[in-house]
Each structure stands twice: as C-alpha cells, then as structure tokens.
Design a protein around this ligand. Structure first.
Ligand code: HEC
Length: 104
C-alpha cells in the first residue's frame, strides 16, 4: 500500500512537471507584443493555430529557435504538411516572429 501511494505521488509530480515546463515555454501574446503589421487577435489566433496544427509530427519549436527568415522557410515547407491556409500560415508566422525575446 505504501509503495503504491508513493508511486502515485511520483506520477503526480511528473505530470505537474510536464505541464509546468510546457506552459512556461510558449509566450502568451499581450498588447506589448503588438507591432506594426500584426494585431493582438492575429497573434492570439496564431498561437492557437500553432499549438493545434504543428505538433502532430514533432514537438513544438520555440519562437526564438529561428530567425524571421528561417521561420518563413520553415513555414513554407510545413504548411502543406499541416494542411493550413495562407491566412492561417500568416497568423502563425506573426505569432512566431513577435516573441518578446526576438533579436532579429
Ligand atoms: C505531417 C507532419 C508534420 C506537420 C503537420 C508539421 N511538421 Fe514540421 N517537420 C516535419 C518533419 C518530418 C520535419 C523534419 C524534416 C524536415 O525538416 O523536413 C519537420 C521539421 C520542422 C522544423 C525544423 C526545421 C529545421 O530546420 O530544423 C520546424 C521549425 C517545423 N517543422 C515547424 C513546423 C510548423 C510551424 C508546423 C505547423 C505549420 C509543422 N512543422 C507541422 C513534419 C511535420
């Protein structure tokens, strides 16, 4: 009985850890991320589309993992795989390139 309990506790801790590490990675768009070419609605929509359409075959890459130019190329390659429209691709691109830590 005792070992079952501690096993449960360990599993619960692992589940929590998994959630914690996921939620802290992808940023939540706010007004602070909005600049020139993108609206907050588009960024929010982009995040939602990204988390829905892009993790079927691999886990999600972080916005800061690639430059704007690389994201353009990656999205052009991945859009047909994910079967998304031009509009959805543009929203995802906006989300991925308006992250707070972006330098270029
Ligand atoms: C049908 C499967 C599939 C879907 C859906 C998919 N990908 Fe991929 N993705 C792959 C495969 C396979 C690779 C590795 C081979 C390659 O780079 O072509 C990859 C690689 C990548 C890479 C790494 C490129 C690099 O240079 O390291 C990025 C970034 C990426 N995908 C982004 C996305 C985004 C964004 C979406 C959603 C629009 C998406 N993927 C949807 C299959 C998929």
């Amino acid at each position: 009985m005792k070992s079952t309990k501690s096993l449960l506790r360990i599993s619960a801790a692992l589940v929590l850890l998994t959630f914690a590490s996921c939620s802290k990675k992808l940023y939540e768009p706010t007004a602070a991320n909005v600049s020139g070419d993108a609206t907050l609605e588009q960024l929010t929509e982009g995040k939602s589309l990204y988390t829905k359409s892009c993790n079927r075959c691999h886990s999600l890459y972080m916005p800061k993992d690639f430059t704007r130019e690389q994201w353009t190329k990656n999205l052009n390659r991945m859009a047909p795989k994910a079967k998304i429209t031009e509009e959805q691709k543009a929203a995802i691109y906006s989300y991925l390139t308006h992250n707070p830590k972006r330098k270029k």
